[in-house]
Write a protein that binds this ligand. Structure first.
Ligand SMILES: C[S@@+](CC[C@H](N)C(=O)[O-])C[C@H]1O[C@@H](n2cnc3c(N)ncnc32)[C@H](O)[C@@H]1O
Length: 201
């Protein structure tokens, strides 16, 4: 896989996006790219990768320890279509991804930062989604899921002001059976995760 000369973790081979300004060159032979941003333990990512061997998946998370465990699962499953990258989400989207390079970006159960004083830490701000929209191909998809209603409301109202996002819930169909570990936990507690998909026009 082409990591553009990024440093890799000695223990696992996970690619590390540090302070360097590196823009990704998509490896040859891959026409379809999907990103699971904040992939955590990788349940959703790996189910998607197994179901779509012709798509290259990027699993991105800030926690290297989690990614090391995901890398072990990838090796056990023998998957050839997943790259793991330890990176802060903003640098990954803004710096690493080339413009209009990705077919679908998933942000699932992001940290909700429920306290008013921490709301500024939420990842999916309008500014972030504006930046993210430039990295998704025309006709591509942004998929967001959260159990936390105030966060969902923030995202819906932010996207209402971004005309490049057009709601298209059909884009949830192909993976509606695939759950992240957080979603599984919420379901056990009787909490629903609300999923939304938008097409980029
Ligand atoms: C609540 S967990 C959800 C994990 C997974 N999506 C799921 O639903 O099971 C949020 C994940 O986002 C990651 N994360 C939080 N802030 C991040 C950031 N700024 N950049 C990249 N990953 C981040 C955390 O390390 C964590 O794995």
């Amino acid at each position: 896989m082409n990591f553009n000369g990024l440093q890799t973790d000695d223990k696992s081979g996970v690619a590390l996006l540090t302070g360097a300004y590196v823009r990704w060159t998509i490896p040859e032979g891959w026409n379809r790219i999907e990103v699971d941003l904040g992939c955590g333990s990788g349940s959703f990512l790996l189910q998607m990768a197994e179901a779509n061997p012709e798509t290259l998946f990027l699993g991105v998370d800030i926690m290297l320890g989690r990614l090391r465990k995901v890398q072990k699962k990838i090796e056990r499953l023998g998957l050839q279509n997943v790259i793991l990258l330890r990176a802060p989400a903003w640098s990954f989207i803004d710096i690493f991804l080339p413009s209009e390079s990705v077919d679908r970006i998933h942000i699932l159960c992001p940290d909700p930062w429920p306290k008013a004083k921490h709301r500024g830490n939420r990842l999916a701000s309008s500014e972030f989604m504006g930046c993210l929209s430039q990295k998704i191909k025309r006709g591509g998809t942004f998929h967001f899921g959260s159990d936390h209603v105030p966060y969902v409301e923030m995202v819906l109202s932010g996207i209402a002001g971004l005309r490049q996002f057009v709601s298209n819930q059909n884009r949830l169909e192909d993976h509606k059976e695939f759950k992240t570990d957080f979603e599984k936990g919420f379901l056990e507690e009787g909490k629903l995760v609300h999923h939304f998909a938008w097409e980029l026009v």
